[in-house]
Write a protein that binds this ligand. Structure first.
Ligand SMILES: *Cc1c(COP(=O)(O)O)cnc(C)c1O
Length: 397
Protein backbone atom coordinates (compact mmCIF):
# COMPACT_ATOMS: atom_id res chain seq x y z
CA UNK A 1 0.00 0.00 0.00
CA UNK A 2 2.39 2.66 -1.21
CA UNK A 3 0.15 5.73 -1.33
CA UNK A 4 0.86 8.33 -3.95
CA UNK A 5 1.61 11.77 -2.59
CA UNK A 6 3.03 14.88 -4.16
CA UNK A 7 4.74 15.80 -0.91
CA UNK A 8 8.45 15.07 -0.67
CA UNK A 9 8.09 12.59 2.16
CA UNK A 10 5.01 11.59 4.06
CA UNK A 11 3.69 9.52 6.95
CA UNK A 12 1.09 6.77 6.58
CA UNK A 13 -0.95 5.86 9.66
CA UNK A 14 -2.67 2.50 9.86
CA UNK A 15 -6.00 3.11 11.62
CA UNK A 16 -6.71 -0.61 11.92
CA UNK A 17 -3.42 -1.23 13.71
CA UNK A 18 -4.23 1.61 16.09
CA UNK A 19 -7.64 0.14 16.93
CA UNK A 20 -6.12 -3.33 17.31
CA UNK A 21 -3.61 -1.97 19.84
CA UNK A 22 -6.46 -0.36 21.78
CA UNK A 23 -8.24 -3.72 21.80
CA UNK A 24 -5.10 -5.37 23.21
CA UNK A 25 -5.17 -3.03 26.21
CA UNK A 26 -8.92 -3.34 26.69
CA UNK A 27 -8.56 -7.07 26.93
CA UNK A 28 -5.58 -6.82 29.31
CA UNK A 29 -7.65 -4.60 31.59
CA UNK A 30 -10.58 -6.98 31.48
CA UNK A 31 -8.30 -9.77 32.71
CA UNK A 32 -6.64 -7.61 35.33
CA UNK A 33 -7.04 -8.68 38.95
CA UNK A 34 -6.18 -5.24 40.34
CA UNK A 35 -9.66 -3.98 41.16
CA UNK A 36 -13.16 -5.29 41.00
CA UNK A 37 -14.56 -2.19 39.35
CA UNK A 38 -14.16 -1.65 35.64
CA UNK A 39 -10.76 -0.19 34.88
CA UNK A 40 -10.49 2.64 32.47
CA UNK A 41 -8.23 2.88 29.47
CA UNK A 42 -6.18 6.05 29.39
CA UNK A 43 -3.90 6.87 26.49
CA UNK A 44 -1.14 9.42 26.06
CA UNK A 45 -1.20 11.74 23.05
CA UNK A 46 1.71 13.93 24.12
CA UNK A 47 4.53 14.98 21.79
CA UNK A 48 2.27 15.24 18.74
CA UNK A 49 0.93 11.75 19.49
CA UNK A 50 4.49 10.41 19.72
CA UNK A 51 5.29 12.06 16.40
CA UNK A 52 2.44 10.28 14.63
CA UNK A 53 0.32 13.45 14.40
CA UNK A 54 -2.18 14.48 17.09
CA UNK A 55 -4.73 15.81 14.61
CA UNK A 56 -4.71 12.60 12.57
CA UNK A 57 -4.55 10.12 15.47
CA UNK A 58 -7.28 11.81 17.53
CA UNK A 59 -10.35 10.93 15.42
CA UNK A 60 -9.31 7.27 15.30
CA UNK A 61 -8.78 6.85 19.05
CA UNK A 62 -11.25 9.35 20.56
CA UNK A 63 -14.33 7.09 20.41
CA UNK A 64 -12.54 4.11 21.96
CA UNK A 65 -10.77 5.40 25.07
CA UNK A 66 -11.85 6.74 28.47
CA UNK A 67 -9.18 9.31 29.25
CA UNK A 68 -6.67 11.20 27.12
CA UNK A 69 -3.43 12.43 28.69
CA UNK A 70 -1.51 15.40 27.37
CA UNK A 71 1.64 17.15 28.49
CA UNK A 72 0.75 20.49 26.95
CA UNK A 73 -2.29 22.48 28.11
CA UNK A 74 -2.51 23.84 24.53
CA UNK A 75 -3.06 20.34 23.16
CA UNK A 76 -5.92 19.77 25.60
CA UNK A 77 -7.57 23.05 24.60
CA UNK A 78 -7.13 22.14 20.93
CA UNK A 79 -8.88 18.80 21.53
CA UNK A 80 -11.79 20.62 23.24
CA UNK A 81 -12.09 22.87 20.15
CA UNK A 82 -12.13 19.87 17.83
CA UNK A 83 -14.73 18.08 19.98
CA UNK A 84 -16.97 21.11 19.79
CA UNK A 85 -16.45 21.70 16.06
CA UNK A 86 -17.20 18.09 15.15
CA UNK A 87 -19.85 17.65 17.83
CA UNK A 88 -18.14 14.71 19.45
CA UNK A 89 -18.96 13.83 23.06
CA UNK A 90 -16.39 15.27 25.43
CA UNK A 91 -13.73 12.84 26.61
CA UNK A 92 -11.98 13.14 29.94
CA UNK A 93 -8.75 15.04 29.29
CA UNK A 94 -5.94 15.20 31.83
CA UNK A 95 -2.92 17.47 31.52
CA UNK A 96 0.06 15.85 33.25
CA UNK A 97 2.68 18.46 32.29
CA UNK A 98 3.78 21.91 33.39
CA UNK A 99 0.86 24.32 33.73
CA UNK A 100 0.99 28.06 34.40
CA UNK A 101 -1.62 29.84 36.56
CA UNK A 102 -3.27 31.28 33.41
CA UNK A 103 -3.37 27.82 31.89
CA UNK A 104 -4.97 26.37 35.04
CA UNK A 105 -7.74 28.92 34.52
CA UNK A 106 -8.21 28.05 30.83
CA UNK A 107 -8.22 24.32 31.55
CA UNK A 108 -10.75 24.71 34.35
CA UNK A 109 -13.00 26.71 32.01
CA UNK A 110 -12.88 23.90 29.48
CA UNK A 111 -13.43 21.10 31.97
CA UNK A 112 -9.95 19.67 31.53
CA UNK A 113 -8.48 17.84 34.53
CA UNK A 114 -5.14 19.06 35.83
CA UNK A 115 -2.17 17.66 37.69
CA UNK A 116 -0.61 19.22 40.75
CA UNK A 117 2.95 18.05 40.82
CA UNK A 118 5.05 20.91 42.12
CA UNK A 119 4.84 24.14 44.11
CA UNK A 120 3.49 26.08 41.13
CA UNK A 121 0.12 24.53 41.92
CA UNK A 122 -0.35 26.86 44.88
CA UNK A 123 0.14 29.94 42.70
CA UNK A 124 -2.92 28.99 40.65
CA UNK A 125 -5.25 28.98 43.65
CA UNK A 126 -5.77 32.74 43.70
CA UNK A 127 -6.33 32.96 39.93
CA UNK A 128 -8.98 30.23 40.04
CA UNK A 129 -10.71 31.72 43.08
CA UNK A 130 -10.81 35.16 41.47
CA UNK A 131 -12.91 33.71 38.64
CA UNK A 132 -14.96 31.40 40.79
CA UNK A 133 -13.65 28.35 38.94
CA UNK A 134 -13.21 24.79 40.16
CA UNK A 135 -10.71 22.35 38.64
CA UNK A 136 -10.66 18.59 38.93
CA UNK A 137 -7.14 17.78 40.03
CA UNK A 138 -4.85 14.78 40.31
CA UNK A 139 -1.94 14.87 42.75
CA UNK A 140 1.40 13.63 41.47
CA UNK A 141 3.26 11.64 44.13
CA UNK A 142 7.06 11.38 44.02
CA UNK A 143 7.90 7.68 44.36
CA UNK A 144 11.40 7.42 42.93
CA UNK A 145 11.66 8.92 39.45
CA UNK A 146 12.78 12.26 40.90
CA UNK A 147 10.73 14.26 38.46
CA UNK A 148 7.30 15.74 39.31
CA UNK A 149 5.48 14.94 42.49
CA UNK A 150 5.25 15.43 46.24
CA UNK A 151 6.97 13.00 48.60
CA UNK A 152 4.44 11.13 50.76
CA UNK A 153 5.89 12.70 53.92
CA UNK A 154 5.44 16.29 52.65
CA UNK A 155 1.83 15.94 51.48
CA UNK A 156 0.19 16.94 54.78
CA UNK A 157 2.20 20.15 54.99
CA UNK A 158 2.69 21.24 51.40
CA UNK A 159 -0.81 20.43 50.24
CA UNK A 160 -2.73 21.58 53.31
CA UNK A 161 -4.48 24.18 51.13
CA UNK A 162 -6.36 21.31 49.47
CA UNK A 163 -8.25 20.65 52.70
CA UNK A 164 -9.68 24.18 52.91
CA UNK A 165 -13.37 24.30 52.14
CA UNK A 166 -13.04 27.04 49.50
CA UNK A 167 -10.12 25.36 47.70
CA UNK A 168 -10.71 25.59 43.92
CA UNK A 169 -9.07 22.21 43.33
CA UNK A 170 -11.35 19.20 43.70
CA UNK A 171 -9.03 16.29 44.23
CA UNK A 172 -10.11 13.41 42.08
CA UNK A 173 -7.02 11.28 41.77
CA UNK A 174 -3.43 10.48 42.61
CA UNK A 175 -0.73 9.43 40.20
CA UNK A 176 2.90 8.53 39.94
CA UNK A 177 5.26 7.31 37.23
CA UNK A 178 7.68 4.39 37.17
CA UNK A 179 11.40 4.96 36.71
CA UNK A 180 12.65 1.72 35.21
CA UNK A 181 9.93 -0.80 34.47
CA UNK A 182 11.26 -0.80 30.87
CA UNK A 183 14.90 -1.35 31.70
CA UNK A 184 14.81 -4.53 33.73
CA UNK A 185 13.09 -7.90 33.79
CA UNK A 186 12.73 -7.99 37.57
CA UNK A 187 10.50 -5.32 39.06
CA UNK A 188 11.97 -4.75 42.50
CA UNK A 189 12.27 -0.97 42.08
CA UNK A 190 8.75 -0.78 40.65
CA UNK A 191 7.41 -2.63 43.67
CA UNK A 192 9.19 -0.19 45.94
CA UNK A 193 7.59 2.66 43.98
CA UNK A 194 4.19 1.00 44.31
CA UNK A 195 4.51 0.91 48.07
CA UNK A 196 5.62 4.57 48.18
CA UNK A 197 2.63 5.37 45.99
CA UNK A 198 0.30 3.71 48.49
CA UNK A 199 1.89 5.75 51.29
CA UNK A 200 1.25 8.92 49.31
CA UNK A 201 -2.34 7.94 48.59
CA UNK A 202 -2.90 7.22 52.28
CA UNK A 203 -1.40 10.56 53.33
CA UNK A 204 -3.58 12.34 50.81
CA UNK A 205 -6.71 10.50 51.95
CA UNK A 206 -6.03 11.51 55.55
CA UNK A 207 -5.52 15.13 54.51
CA UNK A 208 -8.70 15.26 52.42
CA UNK A 209 -10.87 13.47 54.97
CA UNK A 210 -13.75 11.08 54.47
CA UNK A 211 -15.90 13.65 52.66
CA UNK A 212 -13.66 13.47 49.59
CA UNK A 213 -14.71 10.75 47.12
CA UNK A 214 -12.24 7.82 46.89
CA UNK A 215 -9.15 8.75 44.89
CA UNK A 216 -8.62 7.38 41.42
CA UNK A 217 -5.13 5.93 41.41
CA UNK A 218 -2.99 5.65 38.29
CA UNK A 219 0.67 4.79 37.85
CA UNK A 220 1.04 2.38 34.91
CA UNK A 221 2.48 3.50 31.57
CA UNK A 222 2.78 0.99 28.71
CA UNK A 223 5.32 -1.34 30.31
CA UNK A 224 3.42 -1.73 33.58
CA UNK A 225 0.13 -2.01 31.70
CA UNK A 226 1.68 -4.94 29.81
CA UNK A 227 3.61 -6.82 32.48
CA UNK A 228 2.63 -5.54 35.91
CA UNK A 229 -1.10 -6.12 36.42
CA UNK A 230 -0.85 -5.24 40.13
CA UNK A 231 -0.04 -1.68 39.00
CA UNK A 232 -3.15 -1.25 36.83
CA UNK A 233 -5.02 0.52 39.67
CA UNK A 234 -8.03 2.52 38.42
CA UNK A 235 -6.71 3.41 35.01
CA UNK A 236 -3.58 3.06 32.91
CA UNK A 237 -1.76 5.63 30.77
CA UNK A 238 -0.64 3.88 27.62
CA UNK A 239 1.77 5.85 25.46
CA UNK A 240 4.32 4.14 23.22
CA UNK A 241 2.42 0.84 22.94
CA UNK A 242 -0.72 2.53 21.64
CA UNK A 243 1.38 3.13 18.54
CA UNK A 244 2.34 -0.54 18.33
CA UNK A 245 5.75 -0.54 19.99
CA UNK A 246 7.03 -2.58 22.90
CA UNK A 247 8.56 -0.15 25.41
CA UNK A 248 11.80 -2.18 25.28
CA UNK A 249 13.28 -5.58 24.54
CA UNK A 250 13.22 -6.29 28.29
CA UNK A 251 9.48 -5.61 28.46
CA UNK A 252 8.87 -7.95 25.55
CA UNK A 253 10.97 -10.64 27.21
CA UNK A 254 9.13 -10.16 30.52
CA UNK A 255 5.79 -10.47 28.75
CA UNK A 256 6.86 -13.84 27.34
CA UNK A 257 7.69 -14.97 30.85
CA UNK A 258 4.73 -13.58 32.80
CA UNK A 259 1.95 -14.11 30.27
CA UNK A 260 0.60 -17.27 28.78
CA UNK A 261 0.33 -15.50 25.46
CA UNK A 262 2.06 -12.19 24.93
CA UNK A 263 -0.05 -9.68 23.03
CA UNK A 264 0.54 -8.66 19.46
CA UNK A 265 1.22 -4.97 18.99
CA UNK A 266 1.04 -3.54 15.50
CA UNK A 267 3.16 -0.55 14.46
CA UNK A 268 0.94 2.23 13.15
CA UNK A 269 3.39 4.46 11.31
CA UNK A 270 5.20 4.14 7.99
CA UNK A 271 7.44 6.85 6.53
CA UNK A 272 7.89 7.03 2.80
CA UNK A 273 9.59 9.30 0.33
CA UNK A 274 9.50 9.72 -3.44
CA UNK A 275 12.84 10.12 -5.19
CA UNK A 276 13.80 13.52 -6.49
CA UNK A 277 15.92 12.00 -9.29
CA UNK A 278 18.04 9.00 -10.18
CA UNK A 279 21.44 9.02 -11.81
CA UNK A 280 24.43 6.90 -12.61
CA UNK A 281 27.78 7.58 -10.92
CA UNK A 282 31.04 6.28 -12.38
CA UNK A 283 33.25 4.11 -10.17
CA UNK A 284 35.41 6.26 -7.89
CA UNK A 285 32.77 8.98 -7.33
CA UNK A 286 32.43 10.45 -3.85
CA UNK A 287 28.99 10.85 -2.30
CA UNK A 288 27.86 13.62 0.01
CA UNK A 289 29.47 16.04 2.46
CA UNK A 290 32.87 15.08 3.75
CA UNK A 291 33.32 12.63 0.85
CA UNK A 292 32.81 9.86 3.40
CA UNK A 293 31.61 7.35 0.80
CA UNK A 294 33.34 6.43 -2.43
CA UNK A 295 31.75 4.19 -5.04
CA UNK A 296 33.75 1.01 -5.60
CA UNK A 297 31.88 0.41 -8.81
CA UNK A 298 29.53 2.14 -11.17
CA UNK A 299 26.55 2.96 -8.96
CA UNK A 300 22.96 3.97 -9.60
CA UNK A 301 21.91 6.44 -6.94
CA UNK A 302 18.52 7.84 -6.03
CA UNK A 303 18.38 11.15 -4.22
CA UNK A 304 15.47 11.47 -1.79
CA UNK A 305 14.29 14.86 -0.50
CA UNK A 306 14.34 13.98 3.19
CA UNK A 307 16.98 14.64 5.82
CA UNK A 308 17.72 15.46 9.42
CA UNK A 309 15.46 18.53 9.25
CA UNK A 310 12.57 16.08 8.81
CA UNK A 311 13.73 13.94 11.74
CA UNK A 312 15.82 11.36 9.87
CA UNK A 313 18.81 11.37 12.23
CA UNK A 314 22.23 12.34 10.92
CA UNK A 315 23.65 9.51 13.01
CA UNK A 316 22.11 7.15 10.44
CA UNK A 317 24.88 8.25 8.03
CA UNK A 318 26.67 5.25 6.60
CA UNK A 319 24.56 2.85 8.66
CA UNK A 320 20.94 2.83 7.57
CA UNK A 321 19.17 1.26 4.70
CA UNK A 322 15.80 2.13 3.23
CA UNK A 323 13.49 -0.21 1.34
CA UNK A 324 13.01 0.18 -2.40
CA UNK A 325 10.89 -2.22 -4.41
CA UNK A 326 11.02 -4.67 -1.52
CA UNK A 327 14.82 -4.62 -1.32
CA UNK A 328 17.22 -3.13 1.19
CA UNK A 329 19.03 -0.17 -0.32
CA UNK A 330 21.88 1.41 1.68
CA UNK A 331 22.05 5.10 2.51
CA UNK A 332 25.38 6.31 1.09
CA UNK A 333 27.55 8.86 2.87
CA UNK A 334 26.11 11.42 5.23
CA UNK A 335 22.48 12.19 5.90
CA UNK A 336 22.07 15.84 4.90
CA UNK A 337 19.61 18.49 6.09
CA UNK A 338 17.14 17.87 3.25
CA UNK A 339 18.61 14.98 1.27
CA UNK A 340 19.74 11.41 1.48
CA UNK A 341 21.52 9.48 -1.26
CA UNK A 342 20.61 5.83 -1.67
CA UNK A 343 22.30 3.07 -3.65
CA UNK A 344 19.61 1.63 -5.89
CA UNK A 345 21.93 -0.35 -8.18
CA UNK A 346 20.14 -3.55 -9.04
CA UNK A 347 16.85 -2.62 -7.39
CA UNK A 348 15.58 -0.56 -10.33
CA UNK A 349 16.09 -0.94 -14.04
CA UNK A 350 15.22 2.54 -15.32
CA UNK A 351 15.22 6.14 -14.16
CA UNK A 352 11.54 6.49 -13.30
CA UNK A 353 10.89 7.75 -9.80
CA UNK A 354 11.02 5.41 -6.84
CA UNK A 355 9.31 5.30 -3.47
CA UNK A 356 11.57 4.53 -0.53
CA UNK A 357 10.29 3.25 2.80
CA UNK A 358 12.39 4.89 5.50
CA UNK A 359 10.38 3.24 8.29
CA UNK A 360 7.82 0.49 7.81
CA UNK A 361 7.28 -2.52 5.57
CA UNK A 362 7.83 -3.07 1.88
CA UNK A 363 7.15 -6.60 0.70
CA UNK A 364 8.72 -9.01 3.14
CA UNK A 365 11.32 -6.49 4.32
CA UNK A 366 10.84 -4.04 7.13
CA UNK A 367 12.70 -1.20 8.80
CA UNK A 368 11.47 -0.77 12.35
CA UNK A 369 11.79 2.26 14.61
CA UNK A 370 13.86 0.01 16.88
CA UNK A 371 16.32 -0.66 14.02
CA UNK A 372 16.65 3.06 13.27
CA UNK A 373 17.13 3.70 16.99
CA UNK A 374 19.89 1.11 17.19
CA UNK A 375 21.74 2.65 14.25
CA UNK A 376 21.27 6.17 15.61
CA UNK A 377 22.25 5.25 19.18
CA UNK A 378 18.94 6.22 20.71
CA UNK A 379 15.55 4.71 21.55
CA UNK A 380 12.54 4.29 19.28
CA UNK A 381 10.62 6.83 21.40
CA UNK A 382 13.02 9.51 20.17
CA UNK A 383 12.96 8.31 16.56
CA UNK A 384 9.19 8.66 16.21
CA UNK A 385 8.66 11.77 18.35
CA UNK A 386 11.21 13.69 16.28
CA UNK A 387 9.57 13.03 12.94
CA UNK A 388 8.80 16.53 11.66
CA UNK A 389 5.32 17.83 12.38
CA UNK A 390 5.50 19.57 8.96
CA UNK A 391 5.27 16.26 7.09
CA UNK A 392 1.92 15.25 5.67
CA UNK A 393 0.11 12.46 7.53
CA UNK A 394 -2.26 10.16 5.68
CA UNK A 395 -4.63 7.93 7.66
CA UNK A 396 -5.24 4.61 5.95
CA UNK A 397 -8.46 2.87 6.99
C1 LIG B 1 4.99 9.57 28.80
C2 LIG B 1 4.28 9.18 30.01
C3 LIG B 1 3.47 8.04 30.02
C4 LIG B 1 3.44 7.05 28.88
O1 LIG B 1 4.64 6.31 28.84
P1 LIG B 1 4.87 5.16 27.76
O2 LIG B 1 6.11 4.45 28.21
O3 LIG B 1 5.07 5.84 26.46
O4 LIG B 1 3.67 4.32 27.76
C5 LIG B 1 2.71 7.82 31.15
N1 LIG B 1 2.76 8.65 32.21
C6 LIG B 1 3.54 9.74 32.24
C7 LIG B 1 3.55 10.62 33.45
C8 LIG B 1 4.33 10.06 31.14
O5 LIG B 1 5.12 11.14 31.17
Amino acid sequence: MLEASNESSWIELDARALRANIAVFRSLLEKSPATASRQKLGIVLKANAYGHGLIEILPVVHPHVDIIHLISPRDALEIRRIEEQRQWPRRRLLVIGATSPEEFVQLAEEGVEVTLGDDNALSAVAALKARGLKANAHIHIETGLSREGFFPHEIAKKLSFLAESDCPFLVKGALSHFANTEDVTEQQYANQQLSEFQKGVDALSVLLGTENPPLERHIAASAAALILPEAHCDFVRVGISLYGFWPSGETKLSARIVMAQSPKLLPVLSWRCRSQFIKMLPAGSYVGYGCTFRCERQTTIAVFPVGYFDGYPRLLSGRAHVLVNGHRAPVLGRVMMNHIVVDVTGVTSDESSLVATLLGNDGSESVSAEMLAGWAQTIHYEIVTRIGSHLRRIVIE
